[in-house]
Design a protein around this ligand. Structure first.
Ligand SMILES: [Zn+2]
Length: 149
């Protein structure tokens, strides 16, 4: 479940909060249930999701049968429009995928292929490969950067 970064939708002018409902099997008991999987969180449009993320409740599936909870491992983009940053989580398995790597320019700082200067910082999300790092990075950038809202 690793999408190419081109699918981010930033070319359309912004990162709206996006979610999909997916049927997932519990890794412990096999029970299938619907789970809400977030692919984009917009900090200004949905501040309650920021709180959920910080509390470790975003993209974690808790089984309604046995109570086991496990991370969904889906890519997640966090976008703060007022501080002008975005942080993108990918599951670490993505690193080994040529299709995934093909979605970026072969240069540093890392830029999403085909999204150059006109979209500014949206073309250069800070990439992380652990959900904890996503939270820490957001926390850091919130403290570092002025809020122009
Ligand atoms: Zn279960």
């Amino acid at each position: 479940m690793v999408d190419a970064p081109n699918g981010l939708g930033a070319k359309e002018g912004g990162h709206m909060t996006l979610a999909a409902s997916e049927k997932l099997d519990c890794p412990r008991c096999g029970h299938e249930q619907e789970v809400t999987v977030w692919s984009t969180i917009n900090a200004q449009l949905n501040p309650e999701l920021r709180t959920m993320l910080f509390d470790g409740h975003v993209n974690v599936a808790q089984c309604e049968e046995c109570g086991f909870s496990a991370p969904v491992g889906a890519p997640l983009l966090y976008h703060d429009m007022q501080r002008h940053f975005c942080v993108q989580f990918y599951p670490p398995q993505a690193i080994e995928s040529d299709e995934f790597l093909g979605g970026f320019e072969r240069s540093y700082p890392v830029t999403i292929r085909g999204m150059l200067e006109e979209v500014g910082y949206l073309a250069r999300p800070h990439l992380v490969f652990a959900m904890d790092d996503l939270v820490h990075c957001v926390e850091f950038l919130e403290r570092l950067l002025p809020d122009d809202g």
